[in-house]
Design a protein around this ligand. Structure first.
Ligand code: OFO
Length: 164
């Protein structure tokens, strides 16, 4: 059974996953308007993946017999000048999400809620993968550079990345 405290925090995480999805979808719209079709596709796919993250927590809460509660989702504010900004900001956002997940795990341990601890291990592994992915794209951008040809190559590469 979930404590009120953990239920509240898991509901907050649901909201954050919705926010992540909207953030990436908004960035996808920006990329599409800039003619960066590969990046737009990648971000749109990733937005869909964030909805799965949201759904998993929603289902977990419901499976415990508690009730998921949806809140107001903040408007995603994006401030992008170029493709590097996209991946700098997504990487920063993912590091923030990792911190939120780590805090959640910490609470499960202090409450000795090992079932929720176990459930959250999927997110711990997923955050590791997401940080790795966004950082690797950022590193590629820094190697290839953003002149006309570099930009074309990066956009094509990013469009070919399969999200799971
Ligand atoms: Fe991008 O991992 Fe969920 O939020």
């Amino acid at each position: 059974m979930l404590s009120d405290n953990l239920l509240k925090k898991l509901n907050t995480q649901i909201n954050l996953e919705f926010y992540s999805s909207n953030l990436y979808l908004q960035m996808s719209a920006w990329a599409d308007n800039k003619g960066l079709s590969g990046t737009a596709k990648f971000l749109k796919d990733h937005a869909a993946e964030e909805m799965q993250h949201m759904q998993k927590i929603f289902d977990y809460i419901q499976d415990t017999g508690a009730m998921a509660e949806l809140g107001t989702i903040d408007k995603p504010e994006i401030n992008l000048e170029n493709i590097r900004d996209v991946f700098e900001q997504t990487y920063t956002h993912e590091k923030f999400i990792t911190k939120q997940i780590n805090d959640l795990v910490d609470v499960t341990l202090s409450e000795k809620d090992f079932s929720t601890f176990n459930f959250l291990q999927w997110y711990v592994a997923e955050q590791h993968e997401e940080e790795k992915l966004f950082k690797s794209i950022l590193d590629k951008i820094d190697i290839i550079g953003l002149d006309g040809r570099g930009l074309f190559m990066i956009d094509r590469e990013v469009g070919n990345i399969m999200t799971n």
